[in-house]
Design a protein around this ligand. Sequence first.
Ligand code: DX5
Ligand code: ZN
Length: 229
Amino acid sequence: MSFDRSIKIAPSILSADFANLGAEIRAVEAEGADWIHVDPMDGHFVPNLTIGPNVVAAIRPHVTTFMDVHLMISPADPYIGDFAKAGSDMITVHAEAGPHLHRSLQSVRAEGCKAGVALNMTTPLDHVADILDDIDMILIMTINPGFGGQKFTHAMVDKVARCRAMVGDRPIHIQVDGGIDPDTAPLVAQAGADVLVAGSAVFRGGSVDNPGVYGDNIRAIREAALNAV
Ligand code: DX5
Ligand code: ZN
């Protein structure tokens, strides 16, 4: 996939119907999703348990866009191979999840996946400043990870802008995750984010039997973001 900085909407399937994930993914893709964002959690790094590599492998055939896997697990290293073999296109590890972030990124790329780094709200950009050539995406968390439906943290807008300046011309995506909706999307898009994760703001009000709502929700976020850049 060639690099571009256009606005991409990545629905988080954390807010989808877990009994119907394949159909949910097909529905949001048909309604305009650019990427599919998947949120494995371990009940240790974050206070919630979600999905593992077997589920990721099961949904893989339903993803025709780009499968973006945000690992909220610590340590991540023992599971990178499993999530890669499950078909992840991008694997994002948290900077706080282990002592050797660079080694984790090397493992992700060695498995043939794009390598992302997620920064919790209290983790400074300095953490990745010296290893930018080894990173395909920086995920700026705009909530404390673990649950969908939380309120966006406005103090992170300036962090996104500083991240955009740090990245410069490098082919590194800037992703935001948490509380993204038509009100907050313009703020982060203007600051320089190009991949907007949204869970509740995409799935709210719709279903696989009423997928037009997903389309309306995705368009509302995208148009709000595009109006700001
Ligand atoms: C939370 C996850 C997010 C979550 C976002 O830790 O990383 O991807 O699904 O949900 P919303 O968009 O509802 O804040
Ligand atoms: Zn996420």
